[in-house]
Design a protein around this ligand. Structure first.
Ligand SMILES: [Zn+2]
Length: 300
């Protein structure tokens, strides 16, 4: 049997320029792929059109090039893949796993919250739409699903999906396919074997694994990289970590990302060329050094 080459990916959302947090995910996934001689694919997660900004995707691609990233194959654009998501949704529907939901956000406001802040669906429409109400969204019938997986950085995670996520949305009330469905379909079709991304997506992984199982797709291995948090445990998103990167000074940002990921680059790498930087980083990358959490001092 032919051995499958490992394949990783970076999947930014073009909601703004590449910032430090997304650079960390790019560096981690790129080095993880290259260290094992695998491929690294690029996917633009431009599904949520209202949140995307004009020109941001091209800006991200130019910045990645300026930082010396090289990706394999064509860039995949989620915004052009509606047919693939629709086909997956219909397969789940044919298997009896999809139901229409009439609930508004306001009606769900009292529900318990999932770890990612979404409401845990109380099951209102699971056995059929309430009389006189129309379908707004499609949800997955989760059933009794206990999902466990071993994350290469964060360790073992076990989630009871019925209690911690509930029947989650596949097709949103605004007509857009849900992120969870799109990611699973794309990872499956692109043959991704290793998902290396920020730990802010750790809690959605069990939902994605359930969808992989229901769609007969293989489950990749996962490594969730630390996100920067301040002393109060708040994610640093709008402060220093969200500032756009300077494409004219790639090495200092790349070194900062490498240090953030627990690697120990020598000081002289600050004077290196991009080619030398990537040669050193690829040869010395060790996933085992990546910390589970990263505490940063609050910005002034
Ligand atoms: Zn409902």
């Amino acid at each position: 049997m032919k051995e499958t080459r490992s394949r990783g990916r970076f999947a930014p959302s073009p909601t703004g320029p590449l910032h430090f947090g997304s650079l960390v995910a790019a560096v981690g996934s790129f080095l993880d792929a290259r260290r094992s001689g695998g491929e690294w694919l690029l996917r633009m997660e431009d599904l949520d059109r209202p949140r995307c900004r004009d020109g941001a995707a091209n800006d991200i691609l130019r910045t990645l090039e300026a930082f010396g990233f090289e990706w394999d194959g064509e860039v995949i654009w989620q915004g052009r893949r509606g047919t693939a998501y629709s086909n997956a949704l219909e397969r789940l529907r044919a298997a009896g796993r999809v139901f229409g939901c009439a609930c508004t956000r306001r009606e769900l406001a009292d529900s318990a919250l999932a770890p990612d802040g979404a409401s845990v669906y109380p099951g209102t429409c699971r056995l059929g739409l309430p009389p006189g109400r129309g379908r707004r969204a499609d949800r997955l019938r989760v059933g009794q699903a206990l999902i466990a997986f071993d994350d290469a950085v964060q360790g073992r995670l076990v989630q009871n999906l019925a209690e911690e996520a509930g029947d989650f949305v596949l097709l949103r009330a605004d007509g857009l396919f849900a992120y969870q469905l799109a990611v699973v379909v794309d990872d499956g079709e692109q043959g991704i074997t290793r998902v290396v991304r920020g730990a802010d997506l750790l809690d959605s992984t069990p939902r994605q694994i359930l969808l992989q199982q229901l769609l007969n797709l293989p489950t990749p291995t996962y490594a969730h990289l630390p996100v920067a948090i301040d002393a109060a445990g708040e994610k640093l998103s709008k402060q220093s970590c969200a500032e756009p990167l300077d494409p004219a000074r790639p090495i200092s940002s790349l070194l900062a990302a490498l240090c953030f990921l627990g690697q120990e680059p020598p000081a002289e790498l600050a004077e290196a060329s991009l080619g030398d930087f990537w040669r050193w980083a690829t040869a010395h990358w060790e996933l085992a050094r990546v910390p589970r959490r990263r505490l940063l001092p609050a910005p002034e």
